[in-house]
Design a binder for this molecule. Sequence first.
Ligand code: 13P
Ligand code: SF4
Length: 324
Amino acid sequence: MSSENLNQIYNKISSVVPEVEWKFHAPLIEKINKLKTEKDAVILAHNYQTPEIYHGIADISADSLALALEAAKTKAKIIVLCGVHFMAETAKLMSPEKKVLIPDMQAGCSLAESITGADVRMLKEKYPGVPVVSYVNTSADVKAESDVCCTSANAVKVVESLKSDKVIFLPDHYLANYVQKNTKVKIISWQGTCMVHEKFTGKEIEDIKKENPDIEVIAHPECPPDVISASDFAGSTSSMVNYVKKNQPKKVLLVTECTMSDNVQVDNPNVQFIRPCNLCPHMKKITLSKVYDCLKNETNEIKIGHNIAEMARKSVLKMAEIGR
Ligand code: 13P
Ligand code: SF4
């Protein structure tokens, strides 16, 4: 990567990355981009990754559905998933022949940790014959016990595709609530929550709206119901990005992990972002130096036992077939 390209990246993100930090990021960005070519690797990054990852090294930055679909499409030999563990596991399920690496194995998710395969078996015994839709924010064990997966981008579509009058939808209680409001299918939910989105309150959003009467509020469906009711739009992280790109609101509040506002601000300089800042500690475990180490040494490879992988793959492939 030439110093001209590096300068271009910095010019782009200088409003959200201080110069003092850039001095540490620049050499790593250069080395990672070189390694990617040498090793035929692709970097898939979630929208919550830091601006130096999102704008500096990612080949694709997207929501969890698009990351899963891109993992299946890529021709690269190695996938480095800059995101959390369930995203890397999903990439491996979509592309079993590829080497899938995650820069930090401890990058988890409160939703994925809220339920086990044994819990799903228990639910299936309690509600015999009722199909199970699991959010991709789950382990491969949970996916293996499910009929189909979904993300926040296609949850309602996936639920309705099953043509059943009742569906077990897990593990996010608030996403289940959001789906219930948008379908006639009866939703049986689980008590999982996202530790980032559950912190927002309807009162906080109403207060921000009072102080900023011209603001547009867009929320992730993992938020509590009163937050979604106080918002103008709800959708997956990429739907939120697209909403800003298309509508160019004067002032906007993205009710989600707050790094995403930095990333979207860079591409939409005329939009003013108001942000109460809730960070995902798991997403923030991914750093440039960990990306460099894991790609250089090809460490932190995702492995899934054969039987679980075969069963879980069916659920993610079914989701991919349904699409967005
Ligand atoms: P998206 O699928 O909307 O990107 O959300 C993933 C996630 O973890 C949100 O907290
Ligand atoms: Fe999980 Fe919430 Fe972090 Fe997304 S933001 S990875 S749902 S804990």
